[in-house]
Design a protein around this ligand. Structure first.
Ligand code: FES
Length: 91
């Protein structure tokens, strides 16, 4: 199922990026797949799918998702002035 129509990112692509690609931060998912980087409408749903994919990992594979990063994730996705999810790291 498409999660992001602008960038043609599916829920399967998000799960694969987490499980096989080692992605542990939503910002990195956005950079690697393009999800939520255009209109931003998909951001909430994409984050939910990302969180589910992280939760499905064995605990030892969530290592890159430390408490500090989890706190950071709580704030993500961040919409920039253009309404898309900002991946520049300056927001
Ligand atoms: S639907 Fe994902 S950026 Fe537009």
């Amino acid at each position: 199922m498409y999660i992001c129509n602008c960038r043609a990112v599916t829920d399967g692509a998000i799960r694969k990026a987490v499980k096989e690609g080692g992605i542990r931060r939503f910002r990195d998912l956005a950079r690697s797949t393009g999800v939520s980087t255009q209109c931003g409408i998909c951001a909430k749903h994409a984050k939910e799918e990302f969180d589910k994919a992280i939760a499905a990992l064995p605990p030892e594979e969530r290592a890159g998702n430390s408490l500090a990063e989890s706190a950071e994730l709580a704030d993500e996705p961040k919409a920039c002035a253009a309404g898309c999810v900002c991946t520049c790291g300056k927001s």
